[in-house]
Design a protein around this ligand. Sequence first.
Ligand SMILES: [Zn+2]
Ligand SMILES: [Zn+2]
Length: 703
Amino acid sequence: VSDSQRIQVAIEAPAHSSLSDLLDYSSEQAVPLGSLVRVPLGKRVVLGLVWGDASFDAGDDSPPSDVAIKPITEALTALPPLSGSWRALLDFCAAYYQRSTGEVAVSVLPPELRKLDQAGLAQRVAKWLRAEDKRVAHESALTPVVLPELHAEQETALAQWALLQSELKNAATDSTTVLLHGVTGSGKTEVYLRMAADVLQNGQQALVLVPEINLTPQLEDRFEARFAQYKIVSLHSGLTPVQRLKNWVLAHLGQADLVLGTRLAVFASLPRLGLIVVDEEHDPSYKQQDGARYSARDLAVYRGHLEQIPVVLGSATPSLETWQRSQEGRYRCFHLPSRIGQAVLPKVRLVNMAQQPKVKNQAVSVPLLHALQQRLAWGDQSLVFLNRRGYAPVLHCTDCGWKSACAHCSAWRVFHKLDRTLRCHHCGSTDRVPRACPDCGNLDIAPMGRGTEQLEEQLSALLPGARIARIDADSVRGKGALQTQLGAVHAGEIDILVGTQMVTKGHDFRRMSLVAAINPDTSLFSSDFRAPERLFALLQQAAGRAGRDAEHAERSEMWVQTWNPQHALYRALHQHDFAAFAGAQLQERQSAALPPFAYLALLRADARSAEAARAFLQAATALAQTQDLAQTYSVTLCAPVPLPVARVANAERMQLLIESRSRKALQAFLARWLPLLHEVRSQQSRLKQPILRWAIDVDPLAI
Ligand SMILES: [Zn+2]
Ligand SMILES: [Zn+2]
């Protein structure tokens, strides 16, 4: 290839495909690193990113000269190249989560970009920029925003923030991560807003990550209202493909000042980035559950370090990983320990169910019922939640013992009374409720246990005249249904809101003075070591829904119906003592060598039979042992075990846990071991029962 430049292009090829994710092409025109290009691949033309200069290593491993290097189709010069730090973030993400660079880098770009050629893209970009010019001209005269007064704790946090900013500016520190630990209602959002205002005034961009954009329209509104003179865009999967591309382009061009988004927004290209906020940093939805199983929270921390900009992790109940790092002094910690104004945290009441008279099949205990009646008399609102949707988790035959099992999963099908269906919440298979027992013909088939539908029905019967609404994944199927229902609660048209944990996230209900958890005990004895951490966060967050208004704060209560009122978790909740809870949990984790004191990865395999899945995992273990990899890197491989729900949609699911005391050692081990597994897979594909798929999950959330 003479005269033309030889470049390496990252394309979307998964690590296990026979195709390399970095391919060599030639280009007549100079294309800088990070440029978007379209390249021929077989009979297709695909989107790629210029990832390297291939002319540098035109030595021994370059292809023989008779292999023609294909020229690129065209460079998408309508957009500037992705920056070096953006590419470094993607390189890190691919290496850490054990995927190929090309696969990750191209998959995080807006999908619509794949459909456009240079001419089409240039046309769109020009149109969007013209619209931006008009907007700026139109909004030149804005009324100034009146800022709320800060309380002393917010002032302290912002003084610490100013100090961090100046230290970073003078390169006096390389510690960029901050935990903003503030109870619900302590004014975290106002602190985010002031921090964002600082960086926007400096001409920088801010990135604000939220767990779920549909549940946080209030946050979006607050940013819009405060920063009317700036361009705010959102990035999440609820946008149309064109909207998503447009918002991504505006951020990449530096036209958007603030990006508000869900986990995928951590990959937004922001040339002037000055701040990343991760709100509710403990929320499990920051972890991607398929493909590259990245944690957006962890990548945000890495990105902040890379670009030497502050990253603020906000939570009332931080993840134990984050909490431990702040305790060790690796993260700074800003505290907001009290609620704004006169508001106090709700009083926590534990109802000992062992001492309650048993009322047949009634979910709500007598004292809780009285508390609900009291709220109705006061004209206050209540929230009652139960972590199980549907009417009953299983139907059964009182004669022969038949149960409504799913034919495709090792799970029961849930009885939904409203549309008389049996639905599997794992694979989605749905059928009409049978008239009689399918095994013996008995007409008396009855629900066992209860879900939110039944709770709603019981409350309606017990509290005639009360206006009751239910919010769960079933009730909010239609577009906008959730907003409509929440609107009714805010407007005071609802007295009692029944729901799953969905209702405990982020909403700000002004008139609520009672929040009740019906039966949260199951998480206390789960085999998943993170279950108590999640339960504490859930209950604390739910409690935070009550008493947001000073007027209702005095009589605000959080009720927990439990068979284990003496449990340490409930005692800590009763005291609103996150530090005590976290301290006890961390001690347990340390003695059991669990995160954050150890590092984990999960190897998962799905197959038509448990034996086939197990055989793959055993072959993988044998490779680690015979090649001395496990010893070399001192990692421990546990025996393969089935997942808690072993079979889903006719696939048997097994997993193998890999543990190490060192993150580096675990990474080094995985980098050597996983390529060997691709070979095992291809050998096994000749067997009668090959596995369906396998995946590695680094830093898994649930084990
Ligand atoms: Zn029967
Ligand atoms: Zn199923």
